[in-house]
Ligand binder design. Structure first.
Ligand SMILES: Cc1cc2nc3c(=O)[nH]c(=O)nc-3n(C[C@H](O)[C@H](O)[C@H](O)COP(=O)(O)OP(=O)(O)OC[C@H]3O[C@@H](n4cnc5c(N)ncnc54)[C@H](O)[C@@H]3O)c2cc1C
Ligand code: SF4
Length: 512
């Protein structure tokens, strides 16, 4: 055998770099559903069912092409349990000239794979990860010599390099960013097209039964599984988004609505992150919708900024700042994650709703993750490891390369400001402005202190007070500290007392 090509569970595309030049006469594909990857955190049941089903569908497509493949199901008696063990077994069996694998998405796996050449005495070829538009070196070169690493400027470089939404050297429409047009909330409950939904075929039913049996203690429910599990389905999700929701994506991208996490978002993160969709085809589909006058510029640019900007940026950021990013804790946050992140049992309606959406769908949209689930963790001083583990296991699109920068750097400011110029913390006013959660809450968003007051209100000031030495010289926070400084002493005392009592309740695991 010439090449043994290892395909990981998030590399499910025939365009993967590792499959280029595959010769069915001399090469073989190796895929395995392994315990080590499925259990290193207790992934949401829907995420596991999605990944296993998508892997099995991809393996079938490989077979249909007439390519040789060894595929190990999770419950197969000859499953070796880890990627390394499967690779060792296949090398002994076939004695290939080389092992080919696309660069993995996670640092932990890269470290392991980098040791295989010596461990198994074989030539290991790690190909560039073409699930991204920018090469890893593009970020390092851009970051070289910089003290601040702002996404906006990285994004502009990529716009120029790819000519996406450009007129010569200028951005189409004259502006790089239409965020100012993209901050509306819903004035009444809107009628939004339902998310794409797929019926469960035999393969998916088999993995649902498997996950139900083998991963019963994992987070979330399998009920209502409706994800696409192959490339054809993922393309359908993309095109339905472009036709039905892209038009309103921009205007409502920050809005939240009780009982509906899907809104006008694209719901493609899980497909992009497993290779079922490639980023450039997604971006070009959105750009074409603008040229065809199907969607306005604020929506199209807003969406493209998520994929070409944020997604490419966090991936470059991850590799640039690893391994330190994993242990960073600039604010010395030390609190355990409250139990309600697992159960949704809290009187704070916004948090209860966002955790429930997450349990049910393995999905919550960006602002729910950032400004509710993340914001609370920042204000309460939750330890980065605790929050990272939670975010890594609860979402169907979660992989460390994207989860860790979003959680540690964007949400918790644990990196000390490499990603964000100031923390994303806010009081209840922001949540009230962007959602209808506060209407059905036990707490009152209008009240600043006292038993009925929204905890986000006093916790916001409590956070600023606790971390004053870290932020008071930050120019972007000067105004808020001036406002704090002007508050009368009695009010400050009440705020700090309420914050202390609340945090004590969290520590005692009392209901809040
Ligand atoms: C605390 C926190 C944790 C997150 N964890 C993940 C994660 O594990 N996996 C993940 O893919 N995204 C993560 N995100 C980013 C974002 O919330 C999700 O990509 C998005 O909600 C997925 O839903 P969607 O496909 O409907 O996205 P849309 O809102 O329709 O956006 C389109 C696409 O843009 C990309 N994108 C948007 N924002 C980001 C971002 N901040 N970072 C990277 N890509 C982005 C995604 O690929 C997404 O699918 C996280 C954000 C926060 C604040
Ligand atoms: S009042 Fe406060 S806790 Fe309740 S939903 Fe609004 S922001 Fe959340």
């Amino acid at each position: 055998m010439d090449k043994l090509v290892l395909i990981l569970g998030d590399q499910l595309n025939f365009d993967m770099s590792s499959l280029q030049g595959f010769d069915s006469k001399t090469d073989k594909v190796l895929m395995a559903e392994v315990k080590a990857e499925a259990t290193y955190v207790k992934h949401h049941k829907k995420k596991l069912a999605f990944v296993f089903s998508a892997m099995r569908h991809f393996a079938l497509a490989v077979k249909d092409k007439g390519w040789p493949i060894d595929y190990y199901r999770y419950d197969a008696s000859d499953n070796c349990g880890s990627l390394g063990a499967h690779v060792e077994h296949a090398i002994k069996q076939y004695q290939p000239n080389s092992l080919v694998v696309c660069h993995p998405g996670e640092y932990r796996l890269l470290e392991e794979i980098s040791g295989w050449s010596e461990r198994f005495n074989i030539n290991v070829q790690i190909c560039d990860d073409n699930r991204f538009i920018a090469a890893q070196s593009f970020f390092s070169q851009w970051a070289e010599g910089k003290k601040q690493f702002r996404m906006e400027f990285f994004y502009r470089e990529l716009r120029k390099q790819t000519s996406i939404l450009m007129e010569g050297k200028q951005p189409i429409g004259g502006k790089w960013n239409y965020d100012a047009d993209n901050r509306d909330s819903f004035k009444s409950v809107p009628t939004i097209p339902a998310p794409s939904s797929f019926s469960i075929d035999n393969i998916t039913q088999e993995v649902i039964d498997l996950v139900d049996e083998e991963f019963a203690s994992h987070f979330g429910t399998l009920k209502g599984f409706h994800f696409a599990v192959d490339r054809e389905g993922a393309l359908r999700v993309l095109h339905t988004f472009i036709e039905e929701r892209l038009c309103d994506f921009g205007q409502y991208q920050d809005a939240m609505l009780e009982g509906d996490p899907w809104l006008y978002h694209s719901h493609i993160g899980l497909y992009l992150n497993t290779g079922l969709l490639m980023p450039m085809e997604v971006i070009q589909a959105a750009e074409q919708a603008y040229f065809d006058q199907k969607a306005p510029l604020n929506s199209v640019e807003g969406f493209i900024r998520q994929v070409l900007g944020w997604r490419e940026y966090v991936r470059g950021f991850y590799w640039h700042f690893m391994p330190n990013l994993k242990t960073d804790n600039y604010l010395n946050a030390a609190r355990k994650l409250p139990n309600f992140y697992w159960t949704a049992n809290t009187k704070m309606n916004c948090l209860s709703q966002c955790v429930s959406d997450t349990q049910e769908h393995a999905y919550a949209h960006h602002i729910q993750r950032l400004m509710v689930l993340g914001n609370f963790a920042l204000l309460a001083g939750i330890q980065p490891d605790e929050l990272n583990e939670w975010f890594l296991l609860v979402y169907a699109d979660a992989y460390e390369w994207v989860e860790l920068p979003n959680v540690s750097a964007m949400v918790l400011f644990a990196d000390g400001g490499n990603l964000a110029s100031k923390p994303y913390g806010s009081s209840g006013a922001y949540i009230n402005k962007m959602s209808n959660y506060c209407k059905n809450c036990h707490y009152s968003v209008k009240e600043k202190t006292g038993e009925k007051a929204c905890p986000f209100n006093y916790m916001y000031w409590h956070f600023l007070h606790r971390n004053k030495s870290k932020f008071e010289n930050n120019p972007r926070m000067a105004m808020i500290y001036r406002t704090f400084g002007k508050m009368d002493d009695a009010k400050v005392t009440r705020i700090l007392e309420d914050g202390d009592i609340f945090l004590q309740k969290l520590d005692n695991n009392e209901e809040v």
